[in-house]
Ligand binder design. Structure first.
Ligand code: FPP
Length: 254
């Protein structure tokens, strides 16, 4: 299996046959905690905002790489509910980079047949960012290629709290929740149709989840690299996938 994989990864062009040969080994859903933009910039004597700009560029390349490798869903942690605590000029810069990303790469995302979706709260999101979110989602809604899911103004615990509120509102007053189970609860999460991530990647060496996909990542495999996010390349994604293939997923069984 690993032989097949390394041949697949070395090939420049991936035919349907290549993809089929590697079928079952490329995770269907990968989540990425894109960490290390600030350190990357500091190492070069640059401002943190420049780090985020290069982080956006890495995101573009990795979306393409994941699409070429046959990944169906790529969820990236772009801005957490806690990130509002950062200095105002850094928050402003991240918002500006976000707007620029979806304007500049509009055609490129279309060329990948990429469906763009967002997960997170829409409260407190600036008007122009909200417009970009709505446009990117609506114009890509029918696309059949990779789904790029941007966790923006996202917190995993907040998602669970919102799901409880959503369940209570849907059921109405005096509803009986005694039959609620994991599967029926799932329909109240932000994106219930998206399968749980198989693999979560975190760049820049920190070994924590930072409130990312708390419910969905219960059985995900974790892969952490010291590479800082702006330097994260297709080869790193391939390394993560190869390592994923050496894991024995038991989901609590033996
Ligand atoms: C974490 O690095 C990164 C972020 C909080 C922002 C991520 C943003 C992007 C990759 C670019 C914009 C996103 C889109 C969707 C276009 P950090 O600042 O915490 O790095 P540090 O730990 O080294 O300080």
């Amino acid at each position: 299996m690993l032989d097949k994989l390394s041949k697949f990864f070395k090939a420049k062009v991936h035919t349907d046959e290549d993809k089929q040969a590697a079928a079952g080994v490329v995770p269907k859903h990968i989540g990425i905690i894109m960490d290390g933009n600030g350190r990357w910039a500091k190492n070069r004597g640059l401002s943190r905002s420049v780090g985020h700009r290069f982080g956006g560029e890495a995101l573009r390349k990795i979306t393409r790489a994941a699409s070429e490798l046959g990944v169906s869903y790529l969820t990236v942690y772009a801005f957490s509910t806690e990130n509002w605590k950062r200095p105002a000029d850094e928050v402003r810069a991240i918002m500006a980079i976000f707007l620029e990303f979806f304007a500049r790469y509009r055609e490129e995302l279309r060329s990948m047949d990429c469906r763009v979706r967002f997960m997170g709260s829409r409260d407190n999101v600036p008007e122009d960012v909200l417009e970009t979110i709505i446009l990117a989602e609506s114009e890509s809604a029918e696309r059949q290629g990779i789904q790029l899911i941007v966790a923006f103004n996202y917190g995993g615990r907040q998602e669970i709290v919102d799901a409880v509120k959503h369940a209570v509102e849907t059921a109405g007053d005096g509803a009986d929740f005694s039959h609620l189970d994991e599967e029926s609860f799932r329909q109240f999460l932000y994106l219930p149709d998206v399968p749980d991530p198989d693999l979560i990647i975190r760049s820049s060496g920190e070994m924590r989840m930072s409130n990312f996909l708390i419910w969905e990542a219960a059985y995900s495999e974790l892969w952490v690299t010291d590479v800082l996010w702006p330097d994260f390349a297709k080869e790193d994604l391939q390394r993560a996938i190869s390592d994923y293939n050496s894991r024995n997923r038991r989901y609590g069984g033996v």
